[in-house]
Write a protein that binds this ligand. Structure first.
Ligand code: A2P
Length: 342
């Protein structure tokens, strides 16, 4: 069986990457239908060596084009507006935005962690793809939780500008160019709340009443939903001037004492996790290593100096791939297995 796959937001950073990942994994494609806003009519994108025209996203386009799987990565308001029409037309929607993530009738899935939840897709014909920072964190937490039982998590993120789409990446590059032209002071921010070049901003998405940001609250609520757990979590989400891989410093308290060796063994045997942990040789995960790959890298694994139930580690993954496109394609692959089994 081959599928007609629609990509809403095909001209965006994540949409473009979904096309690449579908091709790379040899996804059974009948054809790809690239969709975007009115502004993109007349544009085309390259799919399997051929130029394919971008169509406007409308309520009708999903049935008109016979789309069977629709990836959405054009922002929450576009998903809110068009995902229901796509789902109603019979397409499976895999939504990359936050709009449906906490809907109890929509499974929120990281295939390495809770593939079983995909089976609930039919309630709305929508499966949600979690927040990028959440995905890489739960991939590392799940094997540790299974082995030792997590009691509490504290995480600080170092998030790349790609999380804000192409516009975010362009803003960093432009500001760096201005820096080298001695014009950085004249670069006024538009995507980020402050200048991002040569800066670090502890503010992603909007602040909530509790003084946490929405991004921080997403990491908490989504982790609970994906892991079917309710252990305390606290997050501090920070934007850094890195192009496209997120890093995270994660501290976990377990219900028993842990050794770094046992933790590393648990991580090594986990799917799509790569352990790089030879600090004496200067080897640990970094955005330069993770970028353009489909793996989540973990290193700097060490036990706390004061409490042997506490472990600290460092986790890096490509935000556009692992944090969005690759996870979405892996959901589609698992869903196809289920659909074929019927
Ligand atoms: P377009 O290029 O036509 O504006 P990014 O996350 O990299 O900023 O990309 C956002 C994506 O969402 C783009 O593909 C963009 O298409 C798409 N998009 C934005 N607004 C709409 C809309 N109203 N309907 C459909 N697609 C949209």
């Amino acid at each position: 069986k081959k599928y007609v796959v629609g990509i809403v937001g095909a001209t965006g950073a994540v949409g473009e990457e979904i096309v690449r990942v579908l091709e790379e994994v040899g996804f059974p494609l009948e054809r790809i239908v690239p969709l975007a806003s009115k502004n993109s009519i007349g544009k085309s994108i390259e799919v399997q060596g051929k130029e394919v025209a971008v169509l406007e996203t409308t309520d009708e386009v999903f049935s008109e084009q016979g789309i069977e799987i629709a990836f959405f990565s054009a922002g929450g308001s576009v998903s809110e507006r068009y995902a229901p029409s796509a789902a109603k037309s019979g397409a499976l929607v895999i939504d990359n935005t936050s709009f449906f993530r906490l809907d109890k009738d929509v499974p929120l899935v990281v295939p390495e962690v809770n593939p079983q939840d995909i089976a609930d897709f039919a309630k709305k014909n929508i499966i949600a793809n979690p927040n990028c920072s959440t995905i890489q964190m739960v991939q590392a937490l799940a094997p540790l939780h299974k082995a030792f039982g997590i009691e509490r998590v504290d995480v600080s993120t170092y998030q790349a500008v790609s999380g804000a789409g192409k516009k975010g990446m362009e803003e960093l590059v432009l500001q760096m160019q201005k820096f080298f032209a001695f014009e950085l002071d004249s670069a006024s921010p538009s995507v980020f709340p402050h200048r991002i070049a040569l800066n670090v901003i502890p503010h992603i998405d909007v602040f909530m009443e509790n003084d946490y940001t929405k991004e921080e609250m997403k990491m908490i609520k989504e982790t609970h939903k994906i892991m079917h757990a309710d252990f305390p979590i606290s997050a501090t989400c920070v934007r850094v001037p890195v192009l496209r891989s997120h890093s995270e410093s994660i501290t976990v308290r377990f219900s028993c004492e842990v050794s770094a060796k046992d933790a590393k063994d648990a991580l090594k045997s986990a799917q799509n996790i790569v352990l790089i942990d030879e600090p004496q040789n200067g080897l640990y995960p970094m955005p330069t290593i993770a970028t353009d790959t489909n793996e989540t890298y973990v290193g700097r694994v060490r036990v706390d100096n004061f409490d042997k139930k506490i472990l600290h580690f460092w986790c890096v993954a490509d935000q556009i791939r692992v944090g969005a496109a690759t996870n979405a394609v892996r959901i589609a692959q698992k869903w196809c297995e289920i659909a074929r089994g019927k």
